[in-house]
Design a protein around this ligand. Structure first.
Ligand code: ATP
Ligand code: MG
Length: 254
């Protein structure tokens, strides 16, 4: 894969909060079509790392390269303009807003009526419905406020929001299965695999090693702000990964 250009390359990325070095000198490259998982204990720096790629946090130092070009990603909007979409741990949905409202938040299609711009609700509902059905989720009504949806349905809304961007190059998912019932977790994993099979490059953060191993052939392990292991290949074992999470070493001699 080394002859291809990485879709994403981070070089010596660091971010501190006061005295806490959340991410320290992290470097890695991600190639088109890869699905890489990031694992590690609570507070290891996983979310901080992806938030710098997603434009939520500005790095203290280090560089982010997208498709061979160094980029200053200073806001979620600038990440989106580069084709980077993120599904956050808390999903960041607006509970009192309906499904299309959440999916198109800030990017609502508009129509021109007698020289005035109006939200194109019909188009929003139709596209929202198609996106959700494409994920295999059929909510009772598009007009339902998302606070009344199940965890899995809410997840699909958050994913649809990420997918609606036609330019999607890199999808970042922070703990997409954490708050879900087992059946819904399987659905999300299945969607993740399907998206990756259709060519979307994905970073997925999860604490569930079974989930991680079932979707990903590459696993980065973080500890105390560092990447301490980068496992690649079909024969990665759960024990190997678990050990790296605890000891902070890849344990090649074990
Ligand atoms: N906005 C913030 N302000 C202050 N400290 C923060 C902030 N965000 C993260 N931290 C700290 O940085 C460290 C890394 O946090 P981060 O959220 O990246 O960990 P994580 O690996 O995602 O953990 P988890 O698995 O619990 O989600 C932690 O010590 C955390 O308390
Ligand atoms: Mg986190």
């Amino acid at each position: 894969m080394s002859d291809k250009q990485p879709i994403l390359e981070v070089k010596k990325l660091s971010k501190s909060f006061g005295g806490v070095k959340a991410v320290q000198d992290v470097s890695f490259a991600l190639f088109p079509g890869e699905l890489v998982a990031i694992v590690g204990d609570n507070g290891a720096g996983k979310s901080t790392l992806i938030k710098m790629i997603a434009g939520t946090y500005v790095p203290d130092s280090g560089e982010i390269w997208i498709e061979g070009k160094k980029q200053e990603i200073r806001s979620p909007q600038s990440a989106m303009n580069l084709g980077i979409e993120t599904m956050y741990q808390d999903l960041s949905l607006i509970p009192t807003m309906d499904v299309p409202g959440n999916i198109f938040l800030g990017h609502e299609p508009r129509q021109n009526v007698a020289g005035l711009k109006f939200l194109n609700h019909k188009k929003m509902r139709k596209e929202a419905d198609e996106l959700m059905k494409g994920l295999g989720i059929d909510v009772p009504s598009m007009r339902i406020e998302v606070e009344y949806l199940s965890g899995g349905e809410r997840q699909a809304v958050a994913l649809s929001r990420a997918l609606k961007s036609g330019e999607l190059k890199l999808l970042i998912m922070d703990e997409p299965t954490a708050a879900l019932a087992v059946e819904e977790q399987e659905k999300v994993l299945d969607i993740t695999r399907r998206l990756n099979n259709s060519g979307v490059t994905i970073i997925i953060i999860s604490h569930n090693l079974d989930h991680v191993l079932s979707v990903s052939k590459r696993i980065l392990v973080m500890k105390s702000g560092h990447i301490v292991a980068d496992f690649v290949g079909k024969e990665i074992t759960k024990e190997q990964v678990a050990q790296a999470i605890v000891t902070g070493t890849a344990g090649t001699t074990a």
